[in-house]
Design a protein around this ligand. Structure first.
Ligand code: 5GP
Ligand code: ZN
Length: 113
């Protein structure tokens, strides 16, 4: 499958991995929008976006949200953090493999596009 994030999970495209378990993979965003910008994804291509979350694949989402505090702590985000998911063209989603952005390391603005 021609999916950038599947290739990152497979190691075909290199990434800076920060967390991995049996279900999920987390790595640094190539174009960070904050001092810490981590992408957290299911290891399998189970959904292109949040629109495709189902009872069958929601275990990946549950695991991602169980591990976000662990990943944030390991990244040193003691002052808090923000989690974002872009869904569809109006949100400027550019990679069609379900993913969540973990941002922090500074006081984040509340500006929306
Ligand atoms: P989206 O805009 O779909 O919510 O987020 C996709 C994210 O993937 C963007 O923040 C972008 O910087 C990141 N990204 C795109 N290509 C690569 C890549 O090859 N490696 C890494 N680590 N991140 C990427
Ligand atoms: Zn994929």
């Amino acid at each position: 499958m021609e999916c950038l994030f599947c290739k990152i999970v497979d190691g075909e495209i290199p990434s800076k991995k920060v967390y991995e378990d049996d279900l999920i993979f987390a790595f640094c965003d190539i174009n960070p929008m904050a001092p810490v910008h981590i992408l957290i994804i299911p290891k399998v291509h189970t959904a292109s976006s949040m629109d495709e979350i189902t009872p069958e694949n929601s275990k990946y989402v549950a695991r991602i949200f169980e591990k976000i505090p662990v990943i944030a702590k390991d990244a040193g985000l003691t002052g808090g953090y923000r989690v974002i998911a872009n869904c569809g063209p109006d949100a400027d989603q550019t990679v069609q493999h379900l993913h969540f952005h973990l941002l922090g390391g500074k006081k984040l603005s509340v500006q929306l596009g």
